[in-house]
Design a protein around this ligand. Structure first.
Ligand SMILES: NC(=O)c1ccc[n+]([C@@H]2O[C@H](COP(=O)([O-])OP(=O)(O)OC[C@H]3O[C@@H](n4cnc5c(N)ncnc54)[C@H](OP(=O)(O)O)[C@@H]3O)[C@@H](O)[C@H]2O)c1
Length: 301
């Protein structure tokens, strides 16, 4: 039997996926990809076959995918040529004899057709390339990562209120750990061939509802103030965020306002067999530590 290979083995999602795979699959069946395998030495020490490969180096991918049955293609970083990288990976998988490629796309609403800067066009291209490749595929459209929520709810929110250009739009972000468990389910189970799933956490929320939970945690009102997209972009720029990053982050929260993430599903719960963590539980567990309430800051200093 061929191996299961996870790309992005040194990254958040790929590494977590391999860690969870190690709990249920013999290590000798597992492989991971990195441009610099020494960065994944912790996995190599546990028996995972860490192979060198770069999405931009086709020959390295064909070598790395040799003897692999199922491949989890963790999407390449925004601000790079994701389409070319993903195309290389799919073509190399085909050449190397991989049977099934699983791609981590981003949630989108095809009827609304909202384009998230830096990701949507390359996701559409990659999904089409994968479907056209003749390989068995599974597309896992990921929501916003709960783990990154603080990017959108920055320090100072307790004092200034939550100011994002999201109107009353909703989203159901998920924990990387739950998404990794979803990857494991597709890698290890039958029945997900040629399927497209939208993976969500278990609770949809507007930023108004998030502000209400923050108010409970803080013990004082944290007002929600929807702002214009341009004002939000300018606030990132004034904090020194580079323009492309500021535009990228603004597009996510503005996308929430436009409804890009509002159609949530229970695909992830069905895949992993338990209720994925929702935003309330995540905030209650993590948010006081991420943004200490003002009175605690004095105690900490
Ligand atoms: N849904 C969301 O909210 C959200 C948020 C952030 C990102 N994402 C997407 O999800 C992906 C995974 O997120 P993450 O947090 O796990 O990212 P991450 O921690 O930054 O990891 C990215 C991984 O990609 C690998 N990589 C980068 N360039 C590569 C190349 N040219 N060839 C081969 N491998 C390459 C890196 O491996 P080496 O450096 O070891 O080669 C690294 O392991 C991201 O890449 C992005 O597309 C989604």
């Amino acid at each position: 039997m061929g191996k299961l290979l996870v790309t992005g083995a040194t990254g958040n999602l790929g590494h977590l996926t391999l860690e969870l795979l190690l709990e249920r699959v013999p290590a000798e069946q597992l492989a991971g990809l990195s441009r610099a395998p020494e960065r994944a030495s912790d996995l190599a020490e546990r028996g995972v076959d860490i192979r060198q490969g770069d999405y931009l180096d086709y020959a390295s991918l064909v070598r790395a995918f040799e003897g692999v049955d199922k491949l989890l293609l963790v999407s390449a970083l925004a601000f790079t040529d994701r389409s070319a990288q993903h195309f290389n990976a799919i073509a190399a998988a085909k050449q190397a004899g991989v049977k099934h490629v699983i791609y981590t796309s981003i949630q989108r609403d095809e009827e609304l057709g909202i384009v998230q800067v830096g990701v949507t066009e390359s996701d559409v291209f990659t999904e089409q390339a994968l479907r056209a490749s003749g390989l068995t595929y599974t597309i896992l459209r990921n929501p916003m990562y709960l783990d990154h929520l603080e990017l959108y709810i920055p320090p100072g929110t307790y004092e200034k209120g939550l100011r994002v250009p999201s109107g009353e739009g909703t989203m159901a972000p998920a924990l990387l750990r739950d998404l990794a468990a979803g990857n494991v389910a597709v890698l290890t189970q039958e029945g997900h061939e040629n399927q497209t799933y939208t993976l969500n956490g278990s609770q949809a929320a507007s930023f108004r509802e998030i502000a209400a939970v923050l108010s409970e945690i803080h013990g004082k009102p944290v007002p929600y103030e929807p702002v214009e997209r341009e004002a939000h972009l300018q606030s990132y720029l004034q904090n020194g965020t580079p323009q492309p990053v500021a535009e990228f982050l603004t597009a996510w929260v503005a996308g929430v306002g436009l409804g890009a993430f509002s159609k949530s599903t229970d695909d992830l719960e069905r895949l992993i067999g338990y209720r994925p963590t929702g935003y309330r539980e995540f905030l209650e567990k993590n948010y006081p530590a991420i943004v200490p309430p003002a009175e605690d800051k004095a105690a900490l200093s």
